[in-house]
Write a protein that binds this ligand. Structure first.
Ligand code: PRP
Ligand code: URA
Length: 209
C-alpha cells in the first residue's frame, strides 16, 4: 500500500492556515502554494540516493556526497498543479517538467484528460506528480495511470490538502505510489469539495472566480 506522509512541519502548517483563509487573495495564495511546495519537496526528496565523490577544498581532499541515481521529472496536473512547480524547481533546478491537463467534469466529477506533454526520457526518470488537491482522487488516479501507460514506474504524488476518500482511491488504484500531503482533511461535501479544504485551488491561484 502506498504510504501517506503528512508533512507537519510548523512552517508548512502555518502557511497552510493562511492558504485556507477565504480572505487570502490570489497573489498571496499562489506565493503560499509555491512556498509550501518547496518545503514539502524537502521531505519528498529525502530518499534521493547519494554517492560518494572526492572534492578538492582549498584545504584538503574531502570525501563528500552528491545526488546520484535517476533524474527527476515534475508533473503538475493542470491547472492548479502549476502553482507548485516553481517552489519545487528551487530545490531541484535540473528537473524536467511534464504537463498533464485534467479537469473534473462539473456535473459528473469524472476526470477529463485534455493535454499530455512529457519529457522524452520520462521512462528513465523518477517522477513527482504535483496537484494541491486530492479530493475524490479521480484526477490523480488518471494522471498516474497515464504516466504508467507511457512506461513510467517510480512515481510519488504530492498534494497540499487531501480528503480521506481521495487517499483511499489513490492507494487502491496505485498502491506503489507514496503520497505526501500537508493535511488530511475531514471529508468531501455533496459537491465533492474538500471540507474544510481551501476552496477551488485553480480558481484561487489564477483569480478566475
Ligand atoms: C482540481 C484540483 C485537482 C482536482 C481534484 O482541479 O486541482 O486536479 O480538482 O479533484 P479530484 O481528486 O476529485 O479529481 P479542477 O478539476 O478544478 O481543474 P482546474 O485546476 O483546471 O480548475
Ligand atoms: N478541487 C479543488 O480545487 N478543491 C476541492 O476542494 C476539490 C477539488
Amino acid at each position: 500500500m502506498g504510504k501517506l506522509m503528512i508533512v507537519d512541519h510548523p512552517l508548512v502548517q502555518h502557511k497552510l492556515s493562511l492558504l485556507r483563509d477565504k480572505n487570502t487573495g490570489s497573489k498571496e495564495f499562489s506565493e503560499l502554494v509555491s512556498e509550501i511546495a518547496m518545503l514539502m519537496g524537502y521531505e519528498a526528496t529525502r530518499d534521493l540516493p547519494l554517492t560518494e565523490v572526492e572534492i578538492e577544498t582549498p584545504v584538503a581532499i574531502a570525501k563528500t556526497k552528491v545526488i546520484s541515481g535517476h533524474k527527476l521529472a515534475l508533473v503538475p496536473i493542470l491547472r492548479a498543479g502549476l502553482g507548485m512547480v516553481n517552489g519545487m524547481m528551487q530545490l531541484v533546478p535540473a528537473a524536467k517538467v511534464g504537463h498533464i491537463g485534467i479537469y473534473r467534469d462539473p456535473n459528473t466529477m469524472v476526470p477529463v484528460e485534455y493535454y499530455c506533454k512529457l519529457p522524452a526520457d520520462i521512462v528513465k526518470r523518477d517522477i513527482i506528480v504535483l496537484d494541491p488537491m486530492l479530493a475524490t482522487g479521480g484526477s490523480a488516479v488518471s494522471a498516474i495511470s497515464l504516466l504508467k501507460e507511457k512506461g513510467a514506474a517510480n512515481i510519488k504524488f504530492m498534494c497540499i490538502v487531501a480528503a480521506p476518500e481521495g487517499v483511499e482511491a489513490l492507494q487502491t488504484a496505485h498502491p506503489d505510489v507514496q503520497i505526501y500531503c500537508a493535511s488530511l482533511d475531514q471529508k468531501l461535501n455533496d459537491h465533492k469539495y474538500i471540507v474544510p479544504g481551501l476552496g477551488d485551488a485553480g480558481d484561487r491561484i489564477f483569480g478566475t472566480k
